[in-house]
Design a binder for this molecule. Structure first.
Ligand SMILES: Nc1ncnc2c1ncn2[C@@H]1O[C@H](COP(=O)(O)OP(=O)(O)OP(=O)(O)O)[C@@H](O)[C@H]1O
Length: 277
């Protein structure tokens, strides 16, 4: 059974077809990234999967259950880290996490979660005194405290400094190793590349490409860019056979600053969403 199975999902707000026929399958234990520009329909899609928004059409099964009719047991298997930060309460980090732990039948240890989320030094601090990135880590802690089988991460590292982002990636990897299925929404393509087994690019409510970070949108078959400088100045060549291009260049004599660049995930992504001519 797939952890997530979606067919023909549709959701409109008036005349705005925010989700216009999305098909999606995420296997158990997979880390799957949903990419797309602002307003593409990612949040609408994930909120339907989380059971937080109703849909106009299509079939949806999350952990084998339709989220529109799912009950408390299903909810205990789902972890959610939303875009909005935790409300600034007067409770401390430890108190907040302990309180949430009480909502679940088989929670992780509070101190273990505080530790893996890098919050040990702040465990006794009030939530209202935390920085934006620290609060975000509390959001993540609350998302994983219930030991979810499926974790939704909606732009989880926004506001993280580079070091904390790397720690967070390690945390996601260790959750994935434990078998947690993860649906990640992100605008950071390096994050998708580092974490996702597979990804889908969504634009204007439709999936425009799906694959692994290496192959999506024909990335593995796309032309490479060879650039160099010679007596005539800088040059650039797009070719599907960079080895041959480099061999020919080398035979020609004096060149410098030779570079061969395969298209990055960002290049492919921008092409897919029509951001480049
Ligand atoms: N509650 C709502 N009422 C009306 N329109 C909405 C509502 N929520 C979303 N929309 C519209 O639906 C479309 C998809 O929005 P959605 O939030 O799903 O996009 P997104 O891909 O998550 O964007 P972002 O990257 O900015 O978070 C947008 O055009 C948005 O304006």
């Amino acid at each position: 059974m797939n952890a997530i199975e979606v067919r023909g999902l549709r959701k409109s707000y008036g005349a705005n077809h925010a989700v216009a026929g999305v098909d999606l399958a995420v296997g158990e234990g997979e880390v799957f990234a949903l990419l797309g520009p602002n307003g593409a329909g990612k949040t609408t899609t994930t909120e339907i999967l989380e059971g937080h928004r109703d849909r106009d059409g299509g079939e949806v099964a999350v952990l084998g259950v339709d989220p529109a009719t799912a009950g408390r047991r299903w909810r205990a298997d789902i972890g959610i880290v939303l875009q909005t930060a935790t409300d600034a309460a007067d409770l401390t980090v430890r108190e907040t996490i302990s309180q949430f732990a009480g909502y679940y039948p088989d929670p992780r240890g509070v101190d273990e979660v505080i530790d893996v989320c890098g919050l040990t030094a702040k465990a006794g601090a009030r939530i209202s005194s935390l920085s934006g990135g620290q609060r975000r880590r509390v959001d993540v802690a609350l998302g994983i405290i219930g030991r979810p089988r499926l974790l939704f991460l909606d732009e989880p590292t926004t506001g993280f400094d580079p070091e904390v982002r790397r720690q967070f990636w390690d945390l996601v990897r260790s959750l994935a190793e434990e078998g947690t299925t993860i649906l990640l929404t992100t605008h950071y393509l390096d994050e998708a590349e580092a974490l996702a087994d597979r990804l889908a690019v969504i634009a204007a409510g439709r999936i425009v490409a799906e694959g692994t970070p290496r192959t999506v949108g024909g990335r593995d078959r796309a032309p490479a860019t060879v650039s160099w400088v010679d007596a005539g100045g800088p040059h650039e060549l797009r070719t599907t056979d960079p080895v041959r291009a480099v061999t020919e260049l080398a035979a020609r004599g004096r060149i410098s600053q030779l570079q061969v660049r395969q298209p990055s995930l960002e290049d492919v992504y921008l092409d897919l969403i029509g951001a480049k001519a």
